[in-house]
Design a protein around this ligand. Structure first.
Ligand code: ADP
Ligand code: ZN
Length: 747
């Protein structure tokens, strides 16, 4: 007897386990098959996924039900994916079905989308086409059509119709005579992507070293991670293309992840030019049918290279040789919904399971990635120069304190106004960049640049209007706003916050006829707004693009010669230990937008803290110096990678309930955690604070949070496991209890 272990497609913790079913003799069931099984009272038919097979069962055989039917003829999940789902189930404590659902198109479940079929024609059996062609000499159109069909074998009916006038009638006549016969064929809905011709380049020395390192790793026995650190415009894409070529030549497949926002027709086009129809594309803007068909093309081995956003890390590739993650520092690789996975961690695990090579590429790698590279866990490849001797753009730092002294209290410095005017005047374009995350307003002195910080955490304090006090989002400490600056004594201590609207208003006051476009979360409500605004800007419909970090990456605008960072301080003073890292990344990426073409680019960086080391490193675009500085700061304050943050958010319509849930949870978690860590680990808990969340109310829900900071020791994995287990017992304390490990954002 053969049995199958099956996960039922129901999102509920009560059925989060494997159920045993008997495989009827006639059914060729394999692991990964999508099947119908009778389930629960009344044996209603449910969908399920086969995760394993066995010859025997401990259960009473008469109680074991039969699998009713296989849904798709091929297993929808690969062995690789099943192993990955098992890992996710443990690592993220998510439901097994939630992990599986990352790996198959949603439309596959419940059969909400079908394969698309078209009518085809072919030569009827027992017909000798040559004979018929000779006989048809008085019907030239029919003769031609028959020749076409003979050469094609099978051909969609509507396609012949388009080939020559009268073809449709000829097909009808040939069908009538029984010379042709009708059938149907599955077609794949393909997202259209233009092919962008890209010249083959002789690789620079740095590029070919990087390709060699990757290829060597692919040839080697065990999986390796290569960190490709290359400045903007250093030709990282060319390295990827060559590595992929080597991967395919070995008969293996590749997955390339790019941030959703950079997944433009241009990006895909460069790959399409090299690899033609062997590429598949996965992203959220595909139609339901296209997504399903691209997934099927990958699953049926009709594509070798998958290019996609975060979720493409789960693509059903069977013989994986290479995973590339471009712009690996992007926060969009972290999923914000259940299961809250990191595509980088999943890729690392997948690479390990399939023994393939993982390449992480960036001009500004995450601090943790560079840390791992320097400590030998990753292999480091550096491309320190732009190709073809192109210079990095020149960055001018403007001290906004001086502007104030000179009597200019506008948000634009005189220098920025001057450059804007010449840029617009000469028909070039400018980008104005402002980074503002809605909630954060720090407090700083306009005269000396002093920023109000927490004494314990070295984090910028956030001004809370309602309380009229400044508050630390890590430890909860609050202080009243001093009237005068503690540093210089002047009365210029103010909350700081500039929005995109304000930049737009100021721009129009200064340049009443200028046409501008604005891109921020307000103007990005609809799905295609992003590409609409970008293409309007690319086609020259506006001279200035104003935006948040969204405009910092992706597109090449050859006509942009000026990039203005209106206030570098907004990111520098985010209430987050990563503010320095984020600032360096953003400034480097933003500067990389300027001067991609012949005219050299100019970057103006306005700040109240011109001497800040991060501003200096960004001006010099010196990543290694930034790294040395920042890793020392992290070590001093015991921030990640030397520790780990856990955050649990409690929300409820009743304030009381959220608060009580938070306090009760915190109290018993602390007890259990201390018990687990014992005497030896009693100093592992660096922070354990239950308080109101930074944004105390969101859409009618009151929010409280527990923030835990744990030292990175060998005891940490056990501690995390305990928190996850604790979490699954606490889901009904209030309306929502959400756990985040190393949260990207804290609002
Ligand atoms: P990155 O991804 O590192 O920012 P790209 O891969 O986009 O850089 O390369 C920048 C530009 O340099 C592209 O226009 C690319 O075609 C060109 N390029 C890449 N490699 C070479 C090379 N070896 N020689 C000349 N030009 C190159
Ligand atoms: Zn603090």
């Amino acid at each position: 007897m053969a049995y199958a272990q099956i996960v039922i497609d129901i999102n509920h913790s009560a059925v989060d386990r494997f159920f045993t079913y008997r495989i009827p003799d006639a059914l060729p069931v394999k692991p990964g098959h999508h099947v119908f099984v009778p389930f629960g009272q009344g044996d209603r038919l449910k969908e399920g996924f086969v995760v394993a097979l066995s010859d025997s069962t401990d259960l009473d055989p008469s109680a074991v039900k039969d699998i009713v039917r296989i849904i798709e003829p091929y297993p929808v999940l690969t062995e690789d994916q099943l192993a990955l789902a098992k890992w996710m189930h443990t690592a993220y404590h998510c439901l097994f079905i939630d992990a599986l659902c990352c790996m198959i198109p949603a439309q596959l479940r419940g059969q909400r989308v079908r394969e698309k079929k078209v009518a085809t024609v072919s030569i009827a059996p027992d017909i000798n086409p040559e004979e018929q062609i000779a006989l048809l000499m008085h019907a030239p159109v029919q003769q031609t059509v028959l020749r076409i069909v003979k050469d094609a074998g099978v051909i969609p009916k509507n396609e012949i119709g388009k080939l020559l006038p009268g073809a449709s009638n000829a097909v009808r006549a040939l069908l009538g005579k029984g010379i042709l016969t009708e059938g149907s064929e599955t077609v794949f809905r393909k997202p259209s992507s233009p092919v962008i011709p890209t010249a083959f380049h002789t690789l620079t020395e740095g590029q070919s070293n990087a390709v060699d390192t990757i290829v060597q790793s692919m040839n080697g026995p065990d999986h390796k991670t290569v960190l490709l650190h290359g400045v903007t415009g250093s030709g990282k894409t060319e390295v990827y293309l060559n590595a992929i070529r080597a991967c395919i030549d070995r008969g293996k497949q590749a997955i390339v992840l790019v941030p959703e926002i950079s997944l433009t027709p241009q990006t895909v086009g460069r790959f399409a030019d090299r690899f033609g129809s062997r590429i598949a594309v996965l992203h959220s803007r595909l139609s339901v049918g296209e997504r399903f068909d691209e997934w099927r093309r990958i699953r049926l081995k009709m594509a070798d290279i998958v290019i996609g956003a975060r979720s493409a890390v789960f693509a059903p590739v069977e013989n994986l040789g290479l995973i590339i993650i471009d712009e690996e520092h992007e926060s969009s690789y972290q999923s914000e919904k259940t299961p809250r996975y990191s595509a980088i961690d999943v890729a690392a695990q997948r690479a390990k399971l399939s023994g393939c090579t993982l390449v992480l590429g960036s001009a500004t790698p995450q601090l943790i990635s560079y840390y791992r590279a320097l400590s030998g866990r990753y292999t480091l490849c550096s491309l320190p120069d732009r190709v073809a001797g192109r210079p990095l753009p020149e960055v001018e730092v403007i001290n906004m304190r001086d502007e104030l002294l000179l009597g200019n209290n506008s948000i634009f410095s005189d220098r920025l106004i001057e450059l804007l005017s010449t840029t617009i005047g000469t028909g070039k374009q400018a980008m104005l960049f402002i980074n503002r995350r809605g909630y954060s307003t720090f407090v700083s002195c306009r005269s000396c640049g002093y920023v109000l910080k927490c004494d314990n955490c070295d984090i910028s304090l956030t001004y809370h209007k309602v309380e009229g006090r400044a508050r630390c989002h890590y430890c909860g400490m609050t202080k009243p706003l001093p009237k005068e600056c503690p540093n210089c004594g002047k009365p210029f201590l103010k909350q700081f916050g500039i929005g995109t609207e304000q930049v737009e208003e100021t721009l129009h006051k200064l340049f009443p006829t200028v046409r501008s476009l604005r891109m921020d979360t307000d103007t990005m409500r609809t799905k295609d707004a992003y590409s609409r605004i970008l293409s309007a800007f690319a086609s020259g419909q506006a001279q200035v693009l104003i935006g948040t970090q969204m405009i910092a990456k992706g597109h090449d605008f050859p006509n942009v010669t000026l990039v203005g960072v209106v206030a570098a301080d907004t990111t520098l003073n985010l209430p987050d230990y990563r503010s320095a890292e984020r600032t360096f990344q953003l400034l480097t990426q933003v500067a990389g937008r300027a001067g991609r073409d012949e005219t050299p680019g100019r970057v103006v960086l306005q700040t109240y803290a011109p001497q800040h080391p991060i501003i200096r490193f960004a001006r010099e675009q010196n990543y290694p110096a930034f790294y040395q500085y920042e890793i020392a700061e992290r070590k001093k304050m015991l921030y990640p990678p030397f520790s780990l943050f856990l955050r649990v958010v409690f929300s409820d319509t009743e304030e009381q309930k959220a608060a009580e849930a938070c306090i009760a949870y915190a109290k018993s978690l602390e007890q259990e955690l201390r018990k687990l860590l014992g005497e030896e680990g009693k100093n592992d808990i660096l922070l354990f604070v239950a308080a109101e969340a930074p944004v105390a109310r969101i859409s009618g829900l009151t929010r409280f949070q527990l923030l835990v900071k744990l030292l990175r020791t060998k005891r940490l994995p056990d501690a995390i496991r305990l928190v996850y287990e604790f979490q699954s017992k606490s889901s009904d304390l209030c309306q929502s209890v959400e756990l985040e490990v190393n949260p990207q954002d804290m609002y």
